[in-house]
Write a protein that binds this ligand. Sequence first.
Ligand SMILES: Cc1ncc(COP(=O)(O)O)c(C=O)c1O
Length: 458
Amino acid sequence: MSTATLPDLISHAQTTEEQFLRQIFVRDQMAEWSKAPFIMARADGVHYWDVHGKRYLDALSGIYVVSVGHNNRRVIDAIHRQLDTLHFSPPMHGTNPVAVQLANLLAELAPGDLSAVKFQCGGSEVTEAAIKLARQYHKLTGNPGKYKIIGRYLSWHGSTMASLSASGLKGRKTVNEPLAPGFLHVFPPTCYRCPFGKRYGDCGITCATLVGDVIDMEDPATVAAVIVEPIGHTGGIIDPPEEYLPLLREICDRHNVLLIFDEIITGIGRTGRMFAAETFGVTPDVLCVGKGLSGGYVPLSAMICRRSIADAFWGPIAQNPGFVEGHTFEGNPLSCAAGLAVLQEILERDLCGNARVQGERLRAGFERLADKYDVIGDIRGKGLFQGIEFVRNRTTRERFPADEAIGVRIGRRALQHGLLTRFDPHWLAMGPPLVSTAEHIDEMVDLLDRSIEETLAG
Ligand SMILES: Cc1ncc(COP(=O)(O)O)c(C=O)c1O
C-alpha cells in the first residue's frame, strides 16, 4: 500500500502509461487495447474529444445511449435540480415523486396496455427482471410449470446470469458456461442468410412458425416466455420481415407464453417511433428499455408490462408477495429526473420524427456506398439504427474469411479518421444521436466512404 496522500495519488494517475492502464479492466482485450488506449475526456453535441484532444464524430451515441446528444443543458439542469432536492430515496420502503412521474409518462407513451413500470439501472438488470416477472406471473396465475425461456441465437440481452443465458452469442457465453438451466434458443430471422436455406417471399416465415413448433415440442405447459430484440444487434442488425413479429405475437397468445421485447437499443426513438413495437405494429407483454432512456447522463433502465400482468401482482399479501425483484439503485431520483428530461426533449423537439428523416438520409448514404463498393452485400435496420454487411462476392453472398476481419479494419480506419461506429468482422453499424442533423449524417457517410476506400486499397 502506498504511503502517498490521496491528492498525490490522484495527481499521479495517468491515462496513457501501461502501468496505470493495467489497473482497470476494460471490455476489450486489454493487452491489445493498451497499445492504443481509447480514452474519452469530454463531449459536446455529437462529438467526443479524447485525452489527447482528438475529436470524434459520434455515429454510435456512445453505444446507442446518447439519445439527446452530449452536454444537453435540459438534462444536466434537471439532474442538478434533483441533486439539490433529493438524490436517493429508500428503495425498500417505497419510491419518490420523479420515479412516479416517469412511470406515468412511460405508461402514457407505451403502446396498448403496457402500463406498469419497474426501474433498474442497466439493460441486463431489466431483461433479467422481465424473465423473473414471466416466471412469477405464471406461478401466480395457476401455471407453476411454465418456466422455460426461449431466446434466439446471435442475440444479446445482457451479462447477468439469466440475461446471458437467454442470449445467443457463443463468444460471450462459452467462457461462462454452465449457464442457468431452462433456456432454449431458436434461429433469428437472418433473411440475407436464411438458416433454413429459403428465400423471403417463398419461405412461409419458417423462422417464426418454428417458434410455435418448439413450444409444442417442449410442451406449452412448461414455456414461460419468448424474448427477442425487435431488431437484433449483435448478429449484424437483424431486421425481421414484416410478418415475423406479428406471427410471434399470435404464437405466444395461442400458448399463453409471454412475449418480451428487449428494446434496450431499439427503444426511445431509435427506429423513428418511441418504441420499435410501434414501428412494427406489435405490442409485447413486457417491453424493456435502457440506454437512450437517460441519454447516458446517469444509469437508468425500465421494464414496462401490461396491466393484466401487473394486476396478478396486486393481490392481498397472504397470497401474493409482490414482484420479488429489486436492486438498491432502482428508481433512483437522479436517474428518473434525467429520464423525464430526456423524454421531454424527445417529445418537444420531435426527435422521433428527426430519426425517421435522418434515418432515410443515412440509408440513402449507405446505398450510395453500396453502388460504389461491391463489398457491401446488404443494408439493414430502421431509423437511426442501421448497418451494412460486408461480403467478398455479392452474387454468392460469400463472406470474407473471419481472420481478414474486413469490418474491423474499416471500423478501425474510421476511428483513425475520427468516426465512432460499431464494427465486427463481417458488419459495421451506426446509431447516431437522435439530434443529428443532415450535415452530421453526410459527414458520417463521407468518413465511412474514405475509410472503406483506404481499407480496400490497403
Ligand atoms: C439489446 C440489448 N439488451 C441488453 C443489453 C444489456 O444492457 P447493459 O449493458 O446496460 O446491461 C444490451 C447491451 O448492449 C443490449 O444491446
